[in-house]
Design a protein around this ligand. Structure first.
Ligand SMILES: Nc1ncnc2c1ncn2[C@@H]1O[C@H](COP(=O)(O)OP(=O)(O)OP(=O)(O)O)[C@@H](O)[C@H]1O
Ligand SMILES: [Mg+2]
Length: 532
């Protein structure tokens, strides 16, 4: 027997059936609306994103036009919708150079004719110097010249240019022998080194539209830059001619570089020099170059330097110097253009002999109008024996009318146990009129300070021809001895300085003793000494 419950049967009225159907329809519609609403929200969000993208891209375009050169900032990249992000990532692959924001960008966009980018080591200065001349490389007449002090230093720049230039300009070719890049437009960039001032004459008769000097403070005088300035010209007015330099504070040229670029106006402010050239100084800081500053290792290395160098190379401070001994030395007052010295002016010389280190000879004439000593010639050379030096001095003195008497350092007269004549004897036997120099170092230094003082007409008692760069460099940069502040630091290069010190201590006079005596004889016939 089965005990199954009979199934219940419902009989709905028409009205009820209609009610249920309409409820179902409403629910379906509500569901549809919710779906559409969600859809709309998504679409609205996507529209907002797209508008945002457009804004970022437009901003980047405007910046590009104003030559700020900024493309989309790294941190904005992740906020962009993925297709745009992908596009930009691809584009980034093709970007050869992206300036660091801040000073490097400012340097590359600077409109002034002459700009110094100087300060901390590692700020990205040399890198920017390689990029700057590229701005007119699409124009045939653009000729750039990029200089450094020596060939090995230049090599660093050349190697970096080999990484950069072929990517930036397809078809750019480097000719190793001449060290010239030729670009498809016909434009060129030449690398050169300027070791001595006289090396600038290699560029005589040339013209350039861009001249750059990397590490300007390595040059003791402003002369090379002034000379090269005259080589800057173009016939194409689409190109503007520029001088661009970089430097770390300090160095043998720290003083004149500061005077040219930093003293006339605050950093980043444009000014016009006396030569009517627009200039600007842009300070470089290590923290503005993420490529070197981010891991902090380079900064750590700079932190461990002695105080003065740390201030110069890490902080980019131009106001500290190694404690220069002759801070009163002023290029404009103490250095003069060479001129023809009157034949009758008395001439004297000071010699500091060296074989492994340089032998230095400085020649001076005494201006009889006020006894000013004018250093008109220098010899600065290593590896000369006594005989060689005797010959070299004679060669130089061919131009002088009379033989020039002089003083030679004490050590060159001293016997050191070796047999054979001393350098002093060799020079004397060869016919040079020489005396042993007064070796009092401290008195000698005081005498030089005395002579550097300006009189009320602004003239010092010591002037040096521009053609004596070694003496100028040494006087400008020789530091005081930290453990004996009344003397200079003998560890620094001091050969030309010593030769000058001997010369000054020999008490050069406009009238020689001989002349004085013969004048006396001539003009005082009743001189009792002679029994008249
Ligand atoms: N915009 C840049 N893009 C890529 N790399 C850069 C950029 N700027 C600088 N660098 C890198 O940073 C490093 C240091 O730069 P650079 O040699 O130009 O510094 P510097 O200021 O000349 O240093 P120093 O004072 O020692 O001469 C280099 O390896 C250079 O390639
Ligand atoms: Mg550099």
């Amino acid at each position: 027997m089965t005990d199954e419950k009979p199934k219940r049967q419902y009989n709905y009225s028409y009205a009820h059936k209609a009610k249920m159907a309409s409820r179902k329809a409403v629910k379906a519609k509500e569901k549809e609306i919710a779906r559409l609403k969600k859809n709309l929200e998504n679409k609205t969000r996507r529209l907002r994103d797209k508008k945002e993208t457009l804004k970022v891209v437009q901003n980047a375009e405007t910046n590009k036009e104003s030559k700020k050169g900024l493309v989309i900032e790294e941190d904005k990249l992740d906020t962009l919708p993925s297709p745009v992000k992908k596009l930009i990532e691809e584009e980034k692959e093709r970007v050869v150079f992206k300036p660091n924001s801040g000073p490097q960008t400012d340097f590359l966009a600077a409109p002034e004719q002459d700009v110094l980018y100087g300060g901390s080591a590692g700020g990205g200065k040399s890198y920017a110097m390689l990029v700057d001349p590229l701005r007119f490389m699409h124009i045939k007449e653009h000729r750039a010249l990029l200089l450094r002090k020596s060939m090995p230093e230049l090599r660093e720049l050349i190697d970096k240019s080999r990484e950069l230039y072929p990517k930036a300009f397809k078809g750019a070719k480097f000719r190793e022998v001449e060290k010239i890049w030729r670009f498809p437009s016909g434009a060129s960039l030449e690398f050169g080194y300027l070791d001595r001032d006289a090396d600038v004459y290699r560029y005589q008769g040339q013209s350039y539209t861009w001249i750059g000097i990397d590490e300007l403070t390595q040059y003791p005088t402003e002369f090379p830059l002034q000379y090269l300035q005259s080589r800057l010209r173009t016939t194409n007015n689409e190109i503007q001619c520029y001088i661009r330099c970089t430097a770390n504070p300090g160095g043998v040229g720290g003083n004149w570089v500061k005077k040219r670029y930093l003293d006339p106006a605050p950093p980043n402010e444009s000014f016009t020099g006396q030569d009517k050239i627009t200039r600007k100084f842009i300070p470089a800081r290590l923290e503005d170059n993420p490529y070197l500053s981010e891991d902090g290792k380079y900064e750590q290395m700079l932190q461990s330097l002695p105080a003065v160098q740390r201030k110069q190379l890490l902080e980019g401070n131009w106001d500290v110097s190694e404690g220069a001994a002759f801070t009163e030395f002023d290029y404009d007052s103490h250095v003069i253009e060479p001129f023809d010295l009157p034949k009758h002016w008395v001439r004297v010389k000071g010699i500091d002999y060296g074989y492994a280190a340089e032998s230095a000879v400085v020649w001076a004439a005494v201006d009889p109008s006020d006894e000013t000593l004018i250093v008109y010639r220098e010899l600065y050379q290593k590896g000369l024996t006594g005989e060689d030096l005797a010959t070299r001095i004679f060669e130089f003195e061919k131009e002088d009318r009379l033989s020039v008497s002089g003083v030679l350092d004490g050590a060159a007269w001293a016997r050191t146990g070796a047999t054979g004549p001393t350098v002093g004897e060799v020079l004397s036997r060869a016919g040079h009129k020489l005396r042993r120099a007064d070796k009092n170092r401290i008195q000698g230094k005081i005498q030089i300070h005395e002579r550097l003082k300006l009189n009320d007409k602004g003239r010092p008692k010591l002037q040096i021809f521009k053609s004596c760069p070694n003496l100028i460099r040494e006087i400008q940069s020789i530091p005081i001895d930290p453990s004996r502040p009344e003397d200079v630091d003998t560890k620094a290069s001091d050969h030309a300085y010593d030769a000058l010190r001997y010369l000054v201590m020999s008490r050069p006079r406009a009238t020689s003793v001989w002349e004085e005596m013969s004048n006396k004889k001539r003009w005082t016939p009743s001189d009792p000494t002679f029994g008249y």
